[in-house]
Write a protein that binds this ligand. Structure first.
Ligand SMILES: *Cc1c(COP(=O)(O)O)cnc(C)c1O
Length: 398
């Protein structure tokens, strides 16, 4: 069993160790929730200050041209593209993941007008289900089929996550994309739990969406992104046809005329201050070797699984290759157990009904953190510290 000294040696030899200093991490806390809200990069506060004071404060409305605000959805989209294995001019940033799912789904259904089936995974993130239900309800006559049936032959579109938000189980993007295409279906990948912790490649897919506030560390409420394969740029429709997707927004025409290329998927005025925080986070990603991130991610999750042992029931795949960068366990009293862990300095989160999640962000999580977190898990369970009634009261965000 690796002891603390062994973990200190692993940290000393970690090629990514210098990145930890680029983040603000509170003392005395092991933060294993980077899969929900990534840590704050040190450079972000200054970048946001500059946008607010120097750009907004001094240039006022001139900032739209002079500070590049108007172009942000595309310039920042181009900076996200390498993280998901696609090229420039293929990603638009802005809005939220839920909105991007709506856009991709609606576009896909319009591209397959002769088909009336949407394939979704029962294990998809709830917002993915809700958007499917809302759109299917609006359009009528659509069947929503579960992935478990594994039948794509009459499907218009397949909507899946590369990494399951609850269990951390990973799908084979290349294989499932090929399977969908062979059946004549389009495919949309939700990358919320894979971008930033592994080498993602959705270049063969039709659409992909993701958020930037999780592993990408762009901050609460940060803009999402939407990838559209260039083969659909001239034919796919953006049904959220807001003025930023118009060919000439400042011609102020009455009728919508889509822009060329990916810009037709922009919707409206970008969230400029949030974009500043996203852009600052991307300065870090530009320097990150993703193969090393994935190698460390697998090592961190494996170490945690080994140290926690059978003190908890593992829900994530045991094979590190088959999971993302999180480890999930099941416990009937998962909520008070997680509250007790947080009270003892180990921050994970709880997902109803009984899942404890621990996310490992390789840029700022050390092997020693993993050691200490596992020791706390064993102590909180071993001494049944979670039974204290103060841990039973539910907070609004779990
Ligand atoms: C976090 C997450 C979302 C979040 O959607 P928002 O619109 O940003 O709230 C969507 N899908 C998955 C898989 C997620 O993990």
């Amino acid at each position: 069993m690796p002891d603390r000294d062994h973990c200190l040696a692993l940290d000393a030899a970690d090629p990514l160790r210098a990145f930890r200093d680029e983040f603000v991490l509170p003392e005395g806390v092991v933060y294993l929730v980077g899969n929900s809200l990534g840590a704050l990069p040190r450079r972000t506060a200054e970048r946001v200050r500059r946008t607010v004071e120097d750009e907004w404060g001094k240039k006022l409305v001139g900032g739209w041209n002079a500070s590049g605000w108007y172009a942000q959805p595309l310039t920042v989209g181009d900076r996200i593209a390498p993280l998901i294995g696609v090229g420039p001019g293929q990603v638009v940033a802005g809005n939220t993941t839920s909105i991007a799912i709506f856009q991709a789904l609606a576009a896909a259904l319009k591209l397959r007008p002769d088909r009336r089936v949407i394939v979704s995974d029962a294990d998809n993130f709830p917002t993915d289900h809700y958007i499917v239900q809302g759109l299917a309800g609006l359009l009528g006559e659509y069947e929503v089929r579960d992935l478990a049936e594994r039948r794509f032959d009459d499907a218009a579109v397949v909507l899946l996550s590369e990494v399951d938000y609850r269990t951390g189980a990973r799908q084979d993007v290349a294989a499932v994309t090929a399977e969908a295409h062979a059946a004549g279906a389009l495919i949309i990948w939700d990358l919320c739990h894979s971008a930033g912790v592994m080498e993602v490649d959705v270049s063969a897919a039709d659409f992909a969406v993701g958020c930037t506030y999780k592993y990408l560390n762009a901050g609460p409420g940060a803009p999402a992104y939407l990838y559209v394969n260039p083969r659909h740029h001239e034919t796919a429709e953006n049904v959220l046809s807001g003025w930023f997707g118009h060919a000439e927004p400042f011609a102020f025409e009455t009728d919508f005329r889509p822009a060329e290329g990916i810009r037709r998927f922009a919707v409206s005025t970008p969230h400029v201050v949030s974009f500043a925080a996203l852009d600052a986070a991307l300065d870090i990603w530009e320097r990150v070797p993703m193969a090393q991130v994935r190698a460390k991610s697998k090592a961190l999750t494996s170490l945690f699984v080994e140290l926690v042992g059978d003190a908890l029931e593992l829900v994530s795949p045991a094979d590190p290759e088959a999971r993302g960068s999180q480890v999930s366990y099941r416990h009937p009293d998962g909520y008070p157990v997680m509250r007790a862990l947080i009270d003892h300095g180990v921050h994970g989160d709880f997902r109803a009904p009984d899942i404890l999640r621990f996310g490992f962000a390789p840029l700022y999580t050390s092997y020693t953190d993993v050691h200490d977190a596992a020791a706390t898990v064993l102590e909180v369970l071993g001494k049944e510290l979670w039974r204290d009634e103060k841990y039973a009261r539910r907070l609004a965000v779990t």
